[in-house]
Design a protein around this ligand. Structure first.
Ligand code: HSE
Length: 309
């Protein structure tokens, strides 16, 4: 194999109760990337379409992640990377991590798959860190593993793959303003009260149990964030109105996708997810901000090959 074209999906991190630990993978939004073997060693970014991102390898998230895996494997070839961005940077659905995880996943295929998903997530995290100013794997892991994931710890990295209830869909509103993850992290309090922490870890536990048992009621009851959302929601125009509309239309829960501005909801069944999309459009259609709305089944496979040569 000399060349690989892949679909690297968008992802939703945090999932309300699980700041920096929970994430899930989408199916209908994602970037495409071509990763090609070269005789010349090293990593080069040769094409970027759809976003204004750096070509310099060490400043590009895909480049940094690619260097991490290439330096570890030290193969007798190099790679060049073409990135076709459909996920807008700063949208809150894992734009930088799609680039980072796509690069390492595809390079692993070209190397003959020496690394497992945990190791690939660790390489991907290196790229993600330069975009957000902090290492976290809650967007990279669902892209690599597919479905729902829980990042149990970062050092050493341990990702737990969680089950995906069969009727689970997501509806996402992307208001087209940019929220930088580093800035959305900087406004968070450094300490939280024990009372709030107790509620939050109870919700993470019951959410995970709900996924295992396909208990949609318990999942719905657990999708609460009383630590991060009160601070970050102020950065998102009409957040409260959108969340209220999503819940009123029957979503299991709604909250900020990653560091925003996208707002996600989880829904039982496609029909409900579409109804939630209509409700969101009602809120945003006469506002001055451009927006996209996506309905997606949860992608349990993660990154996919489009073609190879
Ligand atoms: N967990 C991260 C955050 C995801 O919310 O800051 C965004 O990259």
């Amino acid at each position: 194999m000399k060349e690989l074209k892949i679909f690297s999906p968008a992802t939703v991190a945090n999932v309300s109760c699980g700041f920096d630990v929970l994430g899930f993978c989408l199916d209908t939004i994602g970037d495409e990337m071509i990763i090609r073997k070269t005789v010349e060693k090293g990593v080069r970014i040769t094409k970027i379409v759809g976003a204004d991102l750096p070509f310099e390898t060490k400043k590009n998230v895909a480049g940094v992640a690619a260097l991490a895996i290439m330096n570890a494997a030290n193969p007798d070839f190099g790679v060049e990377i073409e990135i076709y961005k459909n996920i807008k940077p700063g949208s809150g659905v894992g734009s930088s991590s799609a680039s980072a995880s796509g690069a390492v996943w595809a390079i692993n295929e070209l190397l003959g798959k020496p690394y497992n998903k945990q190791e690939l997530t660790a390489f991907g995290m290196k790229g993600e860190a330069i975009a957000s100013g902090a290492e976290h794997a809650d967007n990279v892991a669902p892209g690599i593993f597919g479905g729902f994931t829980l990042v149990k710890q970062l050092n050493p990295l341990k990702v737990v793959q969680l089950p995906t209830p069969s009727k689970m869909y997501a509806t996402i509103l992307h208001p087209q303003i940019e929220v930088k993850t580093s800035e959305a992290r900087a406004i968070l309090p450094k300490e939280v009260s024990l009372q709030k922490a107790i509620k939050q870890w109870a919700n993470v536990g019951s959410f995970v149990s709900g996924l295992y048992d396909e208990d949609y009621e318990l999942i719905s009851d657990s999708l609460v964030d009383n630590i991060v959302e009160p601070h970050r929601s102020k950065l998102i125009p009409h957040f409260d109105a959108v969340k209220e509309a999503m819940l009123k239309a029957g979503a299991l829960g709604a909250g900020i996708s990653g560091s925003g501005p996208s707002i996600f909801s989880l829904c039982k069944g496609e029909e409900n997810a579409k109804k939630v999309a209509e409700a969101v459009i009602e809120v945003y259609k006469d506002k001055s901000i451009n927006y996209d709305v996506y309905v997606s089944k949860i992608n349990t496979k993660g990154i996919k090959i489009i073609n190879l040569k």
